[in-house]
Design a protein around this ligand. Structure first.
Ligand code: NAI
Length: 318
């Protein structure tokens, strides 16, 4: 059992960080492990970061170790065991997808270079900032000394959304469901699949599968329209679930994380793709590569893979 961990959160003055930091420091991610915290944001958020630190102090968390804040990844990534990448460039009105991809690719290139220079070789990375899969791929490209299995991106929010919708539709408890999988990109081409899922140990069908798939693909926009703001505490909760299960292991169900593909299911090697994953504990996992896929599923995987190939091309042209 680890006595202390050093965790960096980027985008630490942002919204998801504001919901995630309390989960981390109250022991809901790693249990009773002391956390040394590194908070990274851009220079103009320096004062806001100070405010976050004041609130952390005012919580008097028994688990808090030392805290450092700043805007230089080369300082803050040093000695980190885990980095949670929440910081990114937001989509502004009128901005093209290509511009958004390239702005973020630049950020993740710089942070990848910093990791390569000062990072621990066994540091674990969780990329949340969008486009999450492609940002994760870029990060890994520039931090080649770190094993590729250490790079993941968040698709757990999509998976949690899918579980919740299936439970509501079937009117069954959440813990009676297993093995709902999110395949591919964290975007509207993702494929939320019930092909290998069970309820109370039995496979099942939904009254309208097409509607379910579209609902999950567009759930982010649905929340945004209703709230006038993007998903925040559900995202922070998913980051908690992702890290907790990756760290502790989880034998009872397949999980979804974006990881770097080795060509499983015919997906282009090197893409950051959300797969069915078995978490084995101590931050080890395996991609479950032997599920039988229907033609319908194969087609859906192709669509989301093609989008990721296109994103990779745009991001590489920085
Ligand atoms: P936010 O806009 O409130 O916070 C982002 C923070 O990142 C800001 O404080 C900003 O100053 C900072 N930042 C920008 N460039 C930076 C850099 N180069 N280095 C360090 N920090 C930098 O956004 P919010 O709501 O906290 O969301 C964070 C990200 O997570 C967004 O990209 C959002 O699209 C994404 N997201 C991903 C989800 C997923 O399931 N993968 C779900 C929900 C959000």
């Amino acid at each position: 059992v680890q006595q202390s961990l050093t965790v960096c959160v980027t985008g630490a003055a942002g919204q998801i960080a504001y919901s995630f930091i309390p989960l981390l420091l109250s022991g809901q991610v790693f249990g009773q492990v002391k956390i040394n915290l590194r908070l990274l944001d851009i220079p103009k958020m320096e004062t806001a970061l100070k405010g976050v630190v004041m609130e952390i102090e005012d919580c008097a968390y028994p688990l808090i170790g030392d805290i450092q804040t700043g805007s230089n990844p080369k300082e803050l990534f040093k000695n980190c065991d885990l980095i949670v990448f929440l910081g990114g460039f937001p989509r502004l009105p009128g901005m093209e997808r290509k511009d958004l991809l390239q702005k973020n690719a630049n950020i993740f290139k710089e942070q990848g270079e910093a990791l390569q220079e000062v990072g621990k070789e066994d540091v674990k990375c969780v990329v949340v900032a969008n486009p999450a899969n492609t940002n994760c791929l870029i990060l890994s490209r520039y931090a080649t000394k770190i094993p590729r299995q250490n790079f993941t991106c968040l698709t757990r929010l999509d998976q949690n959304r899918a579980y919740a919708q299936v439970a509501l539709t079937l009117n069954k408890p959440l813990n009676s469901l297993k093995n709902i999988i999110i395949w591919g990109n964290h975007s509207t081409t993702q494929y939320p699949s019930i092909e290998h899922a069970t309820v109370e140990g039995q496979s099942f069908v939904l009254p309208d599968q097409g509607q379910f798939i579209e609902r999950i693909q567009k759930r982010g926009a649905e929340v945004l329209n209703a709230r006038g703001n993007s998903s925040v505490f559900s995202a922070a909760n998913a980051v908690k679930d992702h890290i907790k299960d990756w760290y502790n292991g989880r034998e009872d169900t397949l999980l979804s994380l974006g990881v770097l593909s080795n060509g499983e299911y015919g997906v282009q090697s090197g893409l950051c793709f959300s797969y069915p994953i078995r978490c084995l504990g101590a931050f080890k996992y395996e991609i479950v590569g032997n599920l039988q896929l229907s033609d319908f599923s194969k087609q859906k995987l192709k669509v989301t893979e093609e989008e990721l190939i296109q994103e990779q091309g745009l991001a590489e042209s920085i």
